[in-house]
Design a protein around this ligand. Structure first.
Ligand code: ADP
Length: 244
């Protein structure tokens, strides 16, 4: 299904960084969340942001997406396209009267300005992406009628039609059955082979273990970084899930 331009990828830590941040602090008015983070997101790899609820994963995704401004520190992107942000499935109302095709077409709005008039190329891209994610046959269905795994694919398709080289996903496998979780993990690996850098916030440890690289957050601070087998250790986890 995918071309594989990188048949034998180098280990994640040998690749150049797609995003690098130093001394990064960020949060909400009156609520500091991220504190002094120094880390990088390796290019052409799947990076998992792991941590308990409230540890700051979504906030970090928001900073990477450019929707939350750091209160201190630097964030340096090496890509030239804005990142594509895929929100949590739960944040997309079930009752939203949108077909799968319409939801995916929304990914082209950013490039088409206020009138949102899609070109023939946009429509071709939407159809290709629907097929590529195996949801072409569902294009006319309402988003709210889909299974969790199918809806996640539709949201990822929307992200991919933004044609960014950096895809940010908030809890893409949470609440899915094991088979759908595995399929999403395999899809993310395929996207990397196809030239996309993927970051997923997750508290699904299986998803984190199948990533190339992990950043562990604990109460807004970096508690570990590196390959999953180095950072997702029993000891790290016992500390991670305890209150700070
Ligand atoms: P995670 O994704 O790891 O669950 P979040 O980044 O969503 O963590 O949240 C980190 C902290 O920031 C939590 O204490 C949460 O309550 C708080 N928070 C999240 N969003 C907002 C907001 N819009 N306004 C104020 N506080 C927020």
């Amino acid at each position: 299904m995918f071309k594989k331009p990188h048949p034998s990828p180098a280990p994640a830590e040998d690749r150049t960084a797609r995003v690098r941040f130093t001394g990064l602090s960020a949060g909400y008015p009156g609520r500091p969340v991220l504190r002094q983070l120094d880390a990088e997101i390796p290019a052409l790899a799947v990076t998992a942001l792991v941590g308990a609820n409230g540890s700051g994963k979504s906030t970090l995704l928001g900073v990477l997406a450019g929707v939350i401004r750091p209160t201190a520190g630097e964030v340096h992107h090496t890509g030239d396209r804005p990142p594509a942000f895929v929100p949590q499935r739960g944040a997309v109302a079930d009752a939203l009267p949108l077909t799968v095709r319409q939801a995916v077409e929304m990914g082209r709005w950013g490039d088409r300005g206020p009138w949102r008039r899609l070109t023939r190329r946009d429509h071709t891209l939407v159809e290709t992406t629907l097929e590529r994610l195996g949801i072409g046959h569902l294009a006319a269905r309402q988003l709210g009628e889909l299974s969790g795994g199918q809806r996640q694919r539709a949201l990822i398709a929307q992200g991919l039609t933004q044609q960014s080289d950096l895809l940010l996903l908030d809890e893409p496998t949470t609440g899915l059955d094991p088979e759908a979780r595995e399929q999403i993990a395999a899809l993310l690996t395929e996207l990397v082979a196809d030239g996309v850098t993927v970051v997923q916030a997750t508290h699904d440890l299986e998803a984190a273990r199948s990533a190339d690289s992990c950043l562990l957050l604990r109460d807004g601070r970096l508690a570990g970084r590196g390959r999953p087998e180095q950072v997702i250790t029993t000891e790290a986890l016992s500390r991670l899930w305890q209150p700070a």
